[in-house]
Design a protein around this ligand. Structure first.
Ligand SMILES: NC(=O)c1ccc[n+]([C@@H]2O[C@H](COP(=O)([O-])OP(=O)(O)OC[C@H]3O[C@@H](n4cnc5c(N)ncnc54)[C@H](OP(=O)(O)O)[C@@H]3O)[C@@H](O)[C@H]2O)c1
Length: 335
C-alpha cells in the first residue's frame, strides 16, 4: 500500500467512526427524548443532580395548595422534609391537605401553616406575608402555583374575562412576589418559583387569555431573575403540559363569572399529578431557571417551537387550524 493510500484509508476509517459515533449519539438522545416526559436538562437533573431531599428544613409557601398540582407538590415537598405554608381560598380543603401531610407524609403539625388567601385580594398579600414570618421567621421558597385555565374562542371572549384571567394568573403572583421579595432581599437568600405552562410558550386555539397570562409571566419573571441575581435569589419558571387536576372544572369561559364545570376524561393523554409534582420538586431542588414537564407529543412541539420557531408556527397554523375548524363545526369540544 502506498503512503497516499494509507492516508486515504486512515481518513475514511476516521470519518466512518465519527459518523457512526454521531449517529449513535443522536439516536440515543432521540430515544431518551421520545421516552421521557420532561426537558433534557430536567431529565439529567433527575438522574445526576440533587434530589428534592436537599430542600429539607426549608420553608416553602405554595399557593393553590387546596387541590391539583399544588396539593401534590405539598406532599412531594413535605416528604422531602420541607416545612410548608399552604394557601388558597378554600380553607376546608387546605385543612384536608394538611391532615394528609400529617397522616400520610408523617409531618409535624407545627411544620405546616394554613394561610387562606385570595390571590385577587392583593391588598391582603403583605398581611399574609407577616402571618407566615410570625410563624416560621423565614420564607425560603415561594411557589406561585394558583391559577385557572380557560376554554373559549378569542373573538367570543369578553374583555372582562381577558382582564380577570390576567389579574389572577399574572398580577396575582406578581403581587404576592412583590410582598415576599423584601424579606428575601434582606436575607440575601430565596427562591421564587412560578408555575407557568407550555401555553406560556405556545398559542393554542381556545386558550387565548390563558396563554397570554402565562406568556406574561415569562416577561415578568425572566426580568426579575436578572434583577435579583446579585441578591442570591433564584427564579424558576415551571411549564407543565396537560396534567390531571380540577383545572377544567374551574376554567374560565367566554363570559365573566362562569366556570366551565367539565371533568377530565381518565383516558386523556395527560400526566399524573404526582409525577408532575415530583418533576417540579426536582426542578426546584436543582434551581433550574426553566423546566418543562409534559407527555409527548406536546413536549416535542415545545422543543420545535423553541428551536425551529418559523417551522413550528407554520405547523401550528395548519394543525391548529384543523382543530379550530372542528371546534367551529361542533365536531370536537374545547377541552
Ligand atoms: N392541569 C393542567 O393541565 C395544567 C397545565 C399547565 C399549567 N397548569 C397550571 O398549574 C397551576 C395549578 O393548576 P391545577 O391544574 O392544579 O388546577 P386546579 O386543580 O384547579 O387548582 C387550582 C388551584 O388554584 C387555586 N386558586 C384558584 N383561584 C384562586 C384565587 N383567586 N386565589 C387563590 N387561589 C386560587 C385553587 O384553590 P381555591 O379554589 O381553593 O382558591 C386551587 O388550589 C395553575 O397555575 C395552572 O395554570 C395546569
Amino acid at each position: 500500500m502506498t503512503e497516499t493510500e494509507s492516508v486515504k484509508n486512515g481518513a475514511t476509517y476516521f470519518f466512518t467512526v465519527a459518523t457512526v459515533t454521531i449517529a449513535v449519539f443522536i439516536a440515543a438522545v432521540g430515544m431518551v427524548f421520545m421516552n421521557t416526559d420532561c426537558d433534557l436538562l430536567l431529565w439529567a437533573a433527575d438522574y445526576i443532580g440533587s434530589s428534592p431531599n436537599v430542600l429539607a428544613g426549608q420553608v416553602v409557601w405554595i399557593t393553590g395548595a387546596s387541590g391539583g398540582i399544588g396539593e401534590a407538590l405539598a406532599y412531594a415537598l413535605g416528604a422531602a422534609g420541607c416545612r410548608l405554608v399552604l394557601s388558597a381560598r378554600r380553607e376546608h380543603e387546605l385543612l384536608r391537605v394538611k391532615q394528609n401531610c400529617l397522616d400520610k407524609v408523617g409531618m409535624k403539625s407545627s411544620d405546616i401553616l394554613v394561610v387562606p388567601l385570595d390571590l385577587l385580594r392583593m391588598e391582603m398579600h403583605p398581611e399574609a406575608v407577616s402571618t407566615v414570618l410570625t410563624h416560621f421567621n423565614q420564607i425560603d421558597i415561594l411557589v406561585n402555583n394558583a391559577g385557572r385555565s380557560q376554554r373559549a374562542l378569542w373573538m367570543k371572549t369578553s374583555l372582562e374575562v381577558d382582564r380577570e384571567v390576567l389579574e389572577l394568573n399574572t398580577l396575582g403572583p406578581v403581587s404576592l412576589t412583590k410582598a415576599v421579595l423584601p424579606h428575601m432581599v434582606k436575607r440575601q437568600s430565596g427562591h421564587i418559583v412560578v408555575v407557568s405552562s407550555i401555553a406560556g410558550h405556545l398559542g393554542t386555539p381556545g386558550l387565548g387569555s390563558y396563554a397570554a397570562s402565562k406568556h406574561a409571566l415569562h416577561g415578568f419573571y425572566d426580568t426579575l431573575r436578572l434583577e435579583v441575581f446579585d441578591d442570591n435569589i433564584t427564579v424558576s419558571l415551571l411549564c407543565p403540559g396537560p396534567v390531571f387536576s380540577d383545572a377544567l372544572k374551574h376554567a374560565f369561559t367566554h363570559d365573566k363569572g362562569q366556570e366551565l364545570g367539565a371533568e377530565m376524561n381518565p383516558t386523556e393523554n395527560r400526566m399524573q399529578v404526582d409525577r408532575c409534582a415530583y418533576l417540579m420538586a426536582v426542578a426546584i431542588a436543582n434551581k433550574l431557571n426553566e423546566a418543562w414537564m409534559s407527555n409527548q407529543p406536546e413536549l416535542s412541539y415545545v422543543y420545535f417551537n423553541q428551536y425551529m420557531p418559523t417551522f413550528a408556527k407554520w405547523a401550528a397554523v395548519h394543525i391548529g387550524g384543523k382543530r379550530l375548524k372542528k371546534i367551529k363545526e361542533g365536531k370536537t369540544d374545547l377541552h
